[in-house]
Design a protein around this ligand. Structure first.
Ligand code: SF4
Length: 454
């Protein structure tokens, strides 16, 4: 007869020392804005007012100097001035809420400053720009089915409702269209009036039953009055084939106060109810790049959306060197989102190949290593995929490369669907599509290749 099974006498497993330490050590509090000279007398009521935040959003370096005073080093200010004149692809626009998440004791290295207020000295001295970089590097406008509606994937589309945001990010992928002109870039403008353009978008979706999923973006929907956003999304909800709607707003983090206004809450509440009645998944996608930017006000706004019936609030960050390019940075951000904001860490995109973005970009090999290093810590459903948005392809997980020339930094990708402009292209599914690593990350022989090519 077999002996009865018993538990082993000594159990061996225990919580081990890990490369990343959990729980998080940074306290989850709204940083005190009164530490900045320009916000010294600002009351809590003012701070929590969307109107106050918008009115006091920093629009140029002289306003920044007024807010930061002596905290802003002169050499940093001068370097930012030169950057605006010589390299920047976005104008300055930073709400107080975002300034308050910067480390005033080290603004040169601060991750939020590094991507919202770039300085010339941040950029790579030899390769600030990749020879293959371009405006609209994802060719979204070429894939417009009607003006502002990018039809790239088989069942999903991107609707660009407007070309402004409550904040302008230095690395913006849509720098071609979004924001004000800067010395380096005269922006593209929509040619058709808003009302007619939006109607054309709705008409296209009604007559295209293969589309089930709409990203309602811009720009940023936080810059649309709720009296404009609500009827558009409501009309989308009336289209039978639309099953998923994702509202895209970095403003949930940049100006959470916007989403805490009564009129906005009431309008979004009506949309959430209508979506639930019709069995459509309505979600909000935000864009947070560093853990410091997730504050109690951001968490409060996200909670309101979930409580009213939004299916989810998810984060799509951008992988940026010096902002979130270590496993520790990424895990800290993901745990902060998940634990305190109940915001799902969903994707990190590699920074796109727009002009002058080289110092922010990582190589595919670096992105693959990061994906490896963050696996296993978070729940599987909250472990973000690091993706490369390959021109003419779309999002690919960084391990999905078909081939990789590490010497020249060229990765090759394939795809399994046609974009909206390839319906008559017989080679669309057999072609290899290229993506390029930053040249300064390559071995000397690879850099010599690009010097000769440039
Ligand atoms: S919020 Fe989004 S669209 Fe607006 S500037 Fe930033 S990255 Fe670009």
């Amino acid at each position: 007869m077999n002996e009865p099974l018993t538990a082993p006498r000594s159990l061996k497993s225990r919580a081990s020392e890990q490369p990343f330490k959990y729980p998080l050590e940074r306290p989850f509090v709204e940083p005190d804005w009164r530490r900045f000279p320009g916000y010294k007398g600002v009351t809590q009521q003012e701070w929590e007012s969307s109107v106050w935040q918008r009115k006091h959003t920093v629009k140029n370096l002289s306003e920044l100097k007024t807010v930061l005073g002596a905290l802003l080093p002169d050499d940093l200010l001068q370097s930012m001035e030169r950057d605006q004149k010589e390299r920047a692809t976005m104008s300055i626009l930073v709400p107080p809420q975002m300034i308050n998440t910067m480390d005033e004791t080290d603004l040169w290295s601060d991750p939020v400053r590094r991507y919202m207020l770039p300085a010339l000295a941040d950029r790579h001295p030899v390769w600030p720009n990749h020879p293959k970089a371009s405006r609209d590097s994802l060719h979204e406008q070429e894939m417009w089915a009607v003006e502002g509606l990018t039809h790239r994937y088989p069942t999903k589309v991107l609707a660009e409702l407007l070309a402004t945001c409550p904040q302008y990010c230095g690395h913006c992928t849509r720098m071609d269209l979004v924001g004000n002109d800067v010395p380096q870039v005269e922006k593209l403008r929509f040619g058709i009036g808003q009302k007619e353009r939006w109607q054309q978008i709705l008409d296209y979706l009604k007559k295209t039953p293969s589309v089930r999923d709409v990203v309602v973006s811009g720009g940023d929907i936080a810059n649309l009055a709720i009296t404009q956003l609500e009827p558009f999304v409501s009309a989308l909800l009336d289209i039978e084939n639309i099953r998923d709607i994702r509202l895209a707003s970095k403003g949930l983090m940049g100006v959470p106060q916007h989403f805490l206004q009564n009129a906005v809450l009431q309008g979004l509440d009506r949309l959430a109810k209508k979506a639930n009645e019709r069995g459509v998944a309505l979600a909000l996608h935000t864009h947070v790049n560093n853990a410091r930017q997730v504050t109690p006000l951001v968490a409060k706004a996200a909670k309101k959306l979930r409580e009213m019936g939004f299916r989810d609030v998810r984060n799509q960050g951008v992988l940026l060197r010096g902002v979130n390019s270590t496993a520790k940075d990424l895990l800290e951000l993901c745990f902060t989102l998940q634990d305190f904001g109940n915001i799902l860490p969903y994707y990190f995109y590699m920074c796109d190949m727009i002009p002058n973005s080289e110092h922010w970009r990582l190589s595919v090999a670096e992105a693959q290593a990061l994906q490896h290093d963050i696996m296993g810590y978070l729940p599987g459903f909250a472990t973000p995929r690091i993706v490369c948005d390959v021109p003419f392809v779309g999002k690919r997980w960084v391990h999905q490369i078909a081939d990789y020339d590490k010497e020249r930094g060229i990765s090759y990708w394939t795809k399994n669907y046609r974009t909206g402009i390839e319906y008559d292209d017989p080679e669309a599914l057999s072609r290899r599509y290229e993506y390029y690593d930053p040249i300064y990350t390559l071995p000397e022989s690879g850099q010599a290749f690009w010097r000769a090519a440039a």
